[in-house]
Design a protein around this ligand. Structure first.
Ligand code: SAH
Length: 270
């Protein structure tokens, strides 16, 4: 741990680790994540973290649910960060448990920055991000030498309000790029905005571009639909899929869509 960057701040005795809890299946945790959870005296747990993972916590560890699930509204980010800083200063071993990977749409970057400003260096333990689990669950790759030269992880739900990025996602530019450079699109938090995303992406991608939506990836109740970009919104509605789900768009899905159209909502392989 390196606290030398802030020599004027008090010596920090506690430790802080941002841990990726993966997409849900506890067996997808890394060994390092399990060790960090076992060492924690305080765990701050996000929504989308499978409670089964908390079985690794030591007896007596303080477990704080800071997501919507625990109460009504999501605990404000600033409050969570204050909690982390206070606990570290009190000498606790703090683990911030986040769904998937902490640095993929997990606000991990903001937390690391704010803790650093308070003189606390966080260690980050990667987790398997939902987009990876989603395509693995379908048995298709994200890249393929014949179909996709790369992959884009993108949010369907841009930050709004004060301090928001000025421009929301430029879906048309993304569609053109995905088409020309042959990229797979993996869209997080996109289900509620699917109509808009479909409409905009159709400016640069053909309507028959394969698409899939995977809900609860890696969990026993995983469901998916294989469809096309032109039918994205209607397929989601017909299948009754909702958050948390990842939308995948691209030719890597071609075999899947052909095999499964019309829409299937079963678990892959069942
Ligand atoms: N840090 C997380 C993403 C947090 S944003 C990660 O790396 O996976 C929350 C979004 O992630 C959800 O809206 C959904 O799009 C996606 N997500 C998280 N868990 C998921 C799961 N098990 N199945 C499908 N999508 C999931």
């Amino acid at each position: 741990m390196n606290n030398n960057a802030h020599p004027t701040l008090p010596f920090i005795t506690g430790r802080c680790t941002l841990v990726g809890a993966g997409p849900g299946d506890p067996e997808l945790l890394t060994v390092k994540a399990v060790k960090a959870i076992q060492a924690a005296t305080v765990l701050l747990v996000d929504d989308l973290v499978n409670d089964e993972i908390l079985a690794y916590a030591r007896p007596g560890a303080r477990i704080v649910h800071v997501g919507k699930r625990g109460g009504c509204k999501s605990t404000p980010q600033a409050f969570i960060e204050r909690l982390m800083i206070t606990a570290v200063r009190e000498g606790e071993t703090v683990v911030r448990l986040k769904g998937g990977d902490p640095f993929i749409f997990g606000r991990g970057g903001e937390e690391v920055e704010h803790l650093r400003e308070a003189g606390i260096e966080c260690v980050v333990v990667n987790g398997i991000t939902a987009g990876l689990a989603a395509v693995s669950g379908l048995g298709v790759p994200l890249t393929h030498r014949d179909h996709a030269q790369g992959v884009v992880f993108v949010t369907g739900h841009a930050k709004t309000g004060a301090g928001a990025a000025e421009e929301p996602t430029d879906w048309r530019a993304l569609a053109a790029m995905a088409h020309d450079a042959r990229l797979t699109l993996v869209i997080y938090m996109g289900v509620s905005g699917a109509a808009h995303i479909e409409r905009e992406l159709l400016h640069g991608l053909p309507a028959d571009t394969p698409a899939a939506v995977v809900q609860h990836a890696s969990l026993p109740h995983q469901r998916h639909v294989a469809t096309t970009l032109g039918r994205l919104k209607s397929s989601i509605a017909e299948a009754g899929l909702a958050s948390p789900a990842v939308i995948v768009v691209g030719d890597v899905l071609r075999g899947l869509a052909a095999a499964e159209l019309p829409a299937s909502t079963g678990r892959f392989g069942t």
